[in-house]
Design a protein around this ligand. Structure first.
Ligand code: KG4
Ligand code: ZN
Length: 378
């Protein structure tokens, strides 16, 4: 037994369990330092996110060492702000949930260390939460001012299909419960959010590229450029975005002729051409995702719910395409409100509360570690 194992946070389940309601969730897997207080697994009382975009902008991508240093500086003020915004104190917490996998290891370690210290000093249960699973839970989060949810409760959504589209992940899942998750397919190269960020870099647009490319795409005509939609093998549920990315590069720079034949001129970078190219790219991304979902629905006809999550579910076109797909396929769509699409602590707290309630509030040991990969998705 390690010294950490001897310092067990208190489980305190049993008769006390129904009184438990407030969970503090901590997220630090990539470049957002985030904390949130969530009541009974869904009602978000505070949602504080300290973004590091300014620190990584000049590199046009996340620099792991810079990210972990910034987390270390920000984690305590962010936790304090989350408690303050919720109008509660740390002593009111029933448990601490930490996003401990997958992600950048140096970044994860900061949140995990903070979560352990809090759980131990407050003598309350601690739970480690999978970031990808948490994205698929985010559609159940509500604000206190929201009308009561009319959708299915989390307990009645399964079996479900899951879609995670973000800067680090693009994958399809089958879920038999919020934490029983099987991967059906994933990207073979870039994540879709990463492709958005790289296209933005090619167009000299700011990092992260998703929001601005989305905005420009809404003013463009997607039919002006013919970009490829990756299909892969007939039954494949994998994704690929590198061909699409290269095609955007060739459109922008032109292709030299070979033996005096073929070749194209570089694109004239007018504002309207840029908008049209963004629209064509956005159209191809959405089409590729919907195509794989159509296959997944066909292959898993017993799934009646789609749990979608991750930063790219903030995308205007994808949101409407997902709505249309679910309407014509008879699936219930559970998709996060805009503020819960990107990385946040609320999804960690929500899924953490659900996990603890399922196991009578038994704590994870203080020896729980951070892991760069997902250890619980098969
Ligand atoms: O979920 P998230 O915050 O972090 C990861 O877990 O990766 O997702 C961030 C990603 C970035 O790549 C960003 O460009 C993308 O989400 N994103 C968008 C939009 N808003 C953010 N992509 C397309 N359209 C958007 N509106
Ligand atoms: Zn994420």
């Amino acid at each position: 037994m390690t010294p950490a194992d001897q310092l067990q946070p208190r489980d305190a389940g049993g008769a006390n369990a129904p009184e438990r309601s407030l969970v503090l969730g901590i997220e630090s897997s990539c470049d957002e330092t985030a904390a949130s207080v969530v009541d009974r697994g869904t009602r978000v009382l505070s949602n504080v996110i300290a973004s590091q975009h300014d620190l990584h902008a000049e590199y046009r991508g996340v620099v792991p060492e810079i990210a972990s240093r910034a987390h270390a500086e920000r984690i305590l003020p962010v936790v304090e702000a989350a408690l303050r915004d919720a109008g509660v104190s740390a002593r009111d917490m029933s448990a601490i949930a930490i996003g401990n996998r997958p992600g950048l290891i140096g970044s994860l370690l900061v949140g995990v260390a903070a979560g352990k210290a809090l759980a131990w000093s407050l003598n309350i249960p601690l739970v480690g939460v999978d970031h990808v699973q948490a994205h698929m839970y985010a559609g159940y989060l509500t604000r206190p001012s929201d009308a009561p949810s009319t959708g299915p409760s989390i307990d009645h959504a399964f079996p479900a299909l899951g879609l995670v589209v973000s800067g680090g992940h693009t994958a399809l899942y089958r879920l038999d419960s919020p934490t029983s998750v099987q991967r059906l397919g994933s990207t073979r190269d870039d994540a879709v959010g990463e492709a958005y960020d790289k296209i933005a870099a090619l167009l000299d647009l700011p990092f992260p590229g998703g929001p601005i490319v989305d905005q420009l795409a809404q003013q463009g005509d997607h039919t002006r450029f013919d970009l490829p939609v990756s299909r892969l093998e007939r039954h494949s549920l994998d994704f690929s975005f590198s061909g699409l990315k290269t095609s955007v590069l060739y459109t922008l720079r032109g292709v030299p002729s070979h033996n005096g034949r073929g070749g194209t001129a570089p694109m004239d970078r007018t504002d309207q051409n840029i908008r049209n190219l963004c629209a064509a790219f956005q159209h191809a991304c959405s089409r590729a995702i919907i195509l794989k979902l159509e296959r997944a629905i066909e292959q898993h006809p017993d799934c009646a719910t789609l749990l979608a999550g991750g930063g790219v579910t903030a995308n205007s076109l994808l949101r409407s395409r997902l709505g249309e797909l679910c309407a014509r396929s008879g699936l219930r769509l559970v998709i996060p409100a805009m503020e819960f699409c990107l990385d946040n602590g609320a999804m960690i707290a929500g899924l953490g509360q659900h996990t603890l309630a399922q196991r009578n509030w038994a704590s994870d040991p203080l020896s729980i570690s951070a892991s760069a990969s997902s250890t619980t998705i098969t």
